[in-house]
Design a protein around this ligand. Structure first.
Ligand code: GLY
Length: 396
């Protein structure tokens, strides 16, 4: 660890202290970079709502083959990443190698799942088709009407709240400095990002700035127009229930389904928490929990697993996924020298945390994206005519 600079200068300023900003800061500090994070509530953000599925295989979508490569790479890193982070923080993160069962309730769902299975096989992924009876043998709480399913033993889970808390501690132990305030304006000096001004007026200077503010990344003032990341919020409502000891084990693995076109998942933690998600709503920065959202999740969950209505409902929350136009993250240098992005992780922020930390540390120490991250350059959304380095100047 290097000593902090005098005044408000550092090597790396990370704007946003969600899990993506924190993993970037942790990895940067491990490489000897003096690192500062600006966020009023580090460890919060979308991860404090997320269920924590590491679903590279079961959340595969058509047209996302490039993203699949990154998802699989990050899933493979999870066991070692979890062990290293737990050692560095002294905290458990709830990594659970439990596997996932994706099931179908009617013939439309079954056809959808059959197609997913075919796509998984074409993509070289491991999954096994099961009959309804075989699904219920694995998970006896499933409804008798389940028509079939896919057993994916490689899609695990982690507890995102514990992940965020451990990253926060690991950052602090590695010497990362936290400013508990929003970065309100990027500072651009002679065509280069040189820091930010925080709410309250404190100015921070940095050799490199990483914008990792999730769905808020496009709202930072001072970003040149052509640099503004094309990231939008996609709302997800999520429920948390508790499985009393008398009902345990309610589920032994993550169970997911598409019910009348809506994605549903149930993620059982070892501590008895059962997370049920999630809606997918394009409503801007609205995080209201609605009666309709809760109703639909519980209705679909009840159809899948009738016993769920016996469980205490302990929490309802809504979070905002930071979605990009191709659903993949934006990682690495922008056309504004000194400014990097680590945002746009959409449905896969928790899954992509290990590989994002690795990619961003490589970028911050070498200036280049490593092979695994090369396809995710923010430049893929920059129109060719404005691909030249940004020349806009602003006073420091
Ligand atoms: N990956 C789960 C979700 O976005 O709802």
């Amino acid at each position: 660890m290097r000593a902090p600079r005098n005044g408000n200068g550092c090597d790396v300023l990370v704007i946003g202290g969600g899990i993506i900003g924190l993993v970037t800061a942790w990895r940067a500090a491990q490489r000897g970079l003096r690192t500062v994070v600006a966020d009023p509530g580090p460890g919060g953000g979308a991860a404090s709502v997320a269920a924590g599925m590491l679903a590279a295989v079961t959340e595969l979508h058509y047209g996302e083959q490039t993203l699949l490569g990154l998802n699989v790479a990050s899933a493979a890193r999870y066991p070692a990443f979890a062990a290293e982070l737990e050692e560095a923080s002294g905290q458990e993160i709830g990594f659970r190698a439990c596997g996932t069962l994706a099931v179908a309730l009617d013939s439309d769902d079954r056809a959808h799942l059959r197609e997913l299975h075919a796509l998984q096989r074409r993509s070289g992924l491991e999954s096994e088709w099961l009959t309804g009876r075989e699904c219920r043998r694995l998970e006896p709480m499933l409804a008798p009407g389940v028509r079939g399913g896919l057993r994916v033993d490689g899609d695990h889970q982690v507890d995102p709240r514990r992940l965020a808390a451990a990253l926060l501690t690991a950052c602090e132990r590695a010497g990362v400095v936290f400013h508990r305030a929003w970065a309100e304006r990027l500072t651009v000096t002679h065509g280069r990002a040189t820091g930010a001004v925080l709410a309250g007026g404190t100015g921070l200077r940095a050799d490199q700035v990483v914008l990792a503010a999730g769905s808020l990344s496009g709202r930072l003032a001072g970003l040149p127009e052509e640099i503004v990341p094309p990231v939008r919020p996609v709302k997800g409502q999520v429920l948390r229930l508790t499985v009393p000891p008398a009902y345990a084990p309610f589920l032994s693995r993550t169970v997911r389904a598409v019910v009348r076109g809506s994605h549903l998942y149930l993620v059982p933690r070892e501590n008895g928490e059962l997370v049920v998600g999630a809606t997918s709503e394009e409503l801007g920065w609205d995080t209201t929990v609605t009666a309709g959202g809760v109703y639909e999740l519980l209705r679909d969950a009840h159809e899948l697993m009738p016993g769920i209505t016996e469980l205490p409902l302990t929490e309802t929350r809504a979070g905002l996924r930071p979605a990009s136009p191709d659903n993949a993250p934006l990682l690495g240098p922008t056309a504004l020298p000194g400014l990097h992005l680590a945002t746009g992780h959409h449905r896969n922020g928790v899954l992509l945390t290990p590989v994002t930390g690795e990619v961003m540390a490589h970028v911050l120490t070498t200036g280049e994206l490593p092979e695994v991250g090369r396809a995710f350059t923010p430049g893929r959304f920059t129109p060719p005519t404005s691909a030249a380095p940004v020349r806009q100047e602003q006073p420091a």
